[in-house]
Design a protein around this ligand. Structure first.
Ligand code: PXP
Length: 237
């Protein structure tokens, strides 16, 4: 299982005061020290947490790969081409949302997305689409020619009743199976935490996790290194 740590919310805390602390580079170095597989960062169009300079500082400062989450916009694509991360993950973005709500609709935006993504051909950058666990989205992702799908686990994470939790787990596991059958690498993320991760870990087709908010939240009380290592232990079972 690939375990990528999203450090956006270290930058959220920094931006609350507009200064230089806490340092995202220091956070990235701790992710590296914990031997995680990648650092995940989302450069949002409104730059509410990660800033352009953070991306290049992290790239220069650590040796582990970067998974850049980004909206499909010309401006962000240009930055991604300069940064050359190992992987980009396409997410939908609305300025007024608190966090990424819902997956990228590759069915609806198929022509526009495939045309915009074609600039990454030959760059060696792996393409991932953050999508809802729906059959049509997975088939369209395959047709779009990406290597990876990241299944949005937000509905699962927000579910409060056993019925809805089981319903969401069933959707995620069917989606993961279909993705794998189609030859896609299957990732998952959003809202995963120290308690809800165990059911996701039972879905053997999922090969990559991107987890941020719960780790950074826990780090306030136990420190980032311990928060990451506690999650890593759960990921490695
Ligand atoms: N994966 C994707 C594509 C995301 O957009 C996010 C949130 O930035 C995450 C994973 C991590 O979600 P969380 O911070 O809730 O763990």
């Amino acid at each position: 299982m690939l375990f990528n740590v999203n450090i956006d919310h270290v930058a959220t805390l920094r931006e609350a005061r507009g200064g230089i602390e806490p340092s995202v580079l220091e956070a990235a170095l701790i992710v590296e020290k914990c031997k995680c597989d990648a650092i995940t960062v989302h450069l949002r169009e409104d730059r509410r947490h990660i800033q352009d300079v953070d991306l290049f500082t992290i790239k220069q400062g650590v040796d582990i790969p970067i998974n850049l989450e980004m909206a499909l916009s010309e401006e962000i694509i240009e930055i991604a081409l300069k940064l050359k991360p190992k992987q980009i993950t396409i997410v939908p973005e609305r300025r007024e949302e608190l966090t990424t709500e819902g997956g990228f609709d590759i069915v609806k935006y198929f022509d526009k997305a495939t045309s915009m993504l074609s600039v990454f051909k030959g760059t060696g950058i792996l393409l991932s689409l953050f999508i809802d666990p729906d059959k049509e989205q997975i088939s369209a992702s395959k047709s779009a020619g990406v290597e990876i799908i990241e299944i949005h686990t937000g509905e699962y994470s927000n579910s409060l009743t056993t019925d809805s939790i089981n319903h969401e787990l069933d959707r995620i596991s069917k989606a993961a199976r279909l993705g794998k059958e189609l030859g896609l690498q299957v990732a998952a993320g959003h809202g995963l935490n120290y308690t809800n991760l165990s059911s996701i870990m039972k879905i053997s087709e999922i090969e990559e996790l991107n987890i941020g908010h719960s780790i950074i939240s826990r780090s306030v009380f136990v420190g980032l290194e311990r928060a990451i290592l506690e999650m890593k232990k759960l990921v490695e079972v």
